[in-house]
Design a protein around this ligand. Structure first.
Ligand code: ATP
Ligand code: MG
Length: 280
């Protein structure tokens, strides 16, 4: 008699949707009857838990964790001397070209095109470059700005990737070159503290767009990517000088803070509300 019957694919997906325990996914059973009974019990337990969470949200704070995260980070960055900006989601192709994202570029296959000349922005950096050029001209340095807004990339299915996600990008332009590393670390820490996330470390990476980058990691999960200048892209925007910047994915920060295992459940969605799958 076989004693190692696993969950069916359908059962596994349902338990995952309901935010079931990860250590349950490898469970095996002596018979399908035993497995199906166990599934029913788990499903009932997780459904009750999800309903409680839904009620807590709607009777309590009445905001999804993603929106709360955005508010908290906005307040903290303004307190730290950054100015908030907000820019268009629709991006001209010429601006992507200035980021050196042409048809041969690795990121180019991830871009959502609206027509031949316009796409949905895959990142905030092009708009921030344009704004900074004027702000640095009109203001005494340093200029510290940030934007929080939707970005779009065609991604393959993953628990860490969404086609539409929320980027927080902060930039300080016009600091001492010798201060850049320290400042990047300081800003990474500021955002992590505000997001209530511990146990992060910085990792040196090589990005297809930004060259050498410093990633903010929790274990294997990338939460943010930092870069600094003078940088080979700056000339395309008519900019000179030293700068630091970091881009964070707000769904990833929210996922870690909430202890979810999937960005989908905390992101913009009509299937989930604040981490709760609605087909309960
Ligand atoms: P990854 O290597 O994990 O795909 P990336 O290096 O391509 O990420 P960046 O371009 O560095 O991503 O973007 C900055 C941050 O935005 C990432 O650290 C991540 O937190 C977030 N991010 C990027 N792409 C996505 C996505 N498709 N869905 C959710 N968050 C994302
Ligand atoms: Mg990155």
């Amino acid at each position: 008699m076989t004693t190692d019957i696993p969950w069916s694919e359908l059962q596994k997906r349902r338990l995952q949707d309901l935010n079931g325990l990860p250590d349950m996914s490898d469970s095996t059973f002596a018979s399908t009857a035993e497995r199906d009974a166990s599934f029913k019990k788990q499903e009932r337990f997780l459904t009750d838990e999800a309903k409680t969470k839904l009620n807590d949200t709607m009777d309590g704070i009445r905001r999804p964790a993603l929106c709360q995260m955005e508010s908290i980070l906005t307040d903290v960055l303004i307190q730290a001397g950054f100015t908030q900006v907000t820019t268009p989601v629709i991006l001209p192709k010429s601006m992507l070209a200035k980021m050196t994202i042409d048809d041969e570029h690795a990121l180019s296959s991830q871009v959502f095109w609206l027509d031949e000349k316009r796409c949905l922005r895959p990142m905030l950096a092009p708009n921030l470059y344009v704004l900074l050029k004027d702000l640095v001209r009109l203001r005494k340095e340093p200029v510290k700005i940030f934007e929080i807004g939707s970005c779009f990339r065609k991604e393959s299915q993953s628990s860490r990737h969404l086609n539409e996600f929320t980027m927080l990008n902060l930039v300080e332009w016009g600091l001492e070159e010798s201060d850049r590393h320290r400042r990047l670390e300081e800003y990474a820490q500021l955002v992590m503290d505000a997001a209530g996330i511990n146990d992060v470390h910085l990792e040196h990476e090589n990005s297809v767009v930004y060259g050498d980058t410093i990633d903010v990691m929790q274990g294997e999960l990338e939460l943010g990517s930092g870069a600094m200048g003078p940088h080979f892209l700056d000339g395309n925007w008519g900019m000179t000088g030293a700068w630091v910047g970091i881009g964070f994915g707000l769904e990833r920060l929210t996922m870690v803070h909430e202890g979810s295992r999937n960005v989908r459940s905390v992101g913009k969605s009509i299937s989930y509300f604040n981490g709760v799958r609605l087909n309960l």
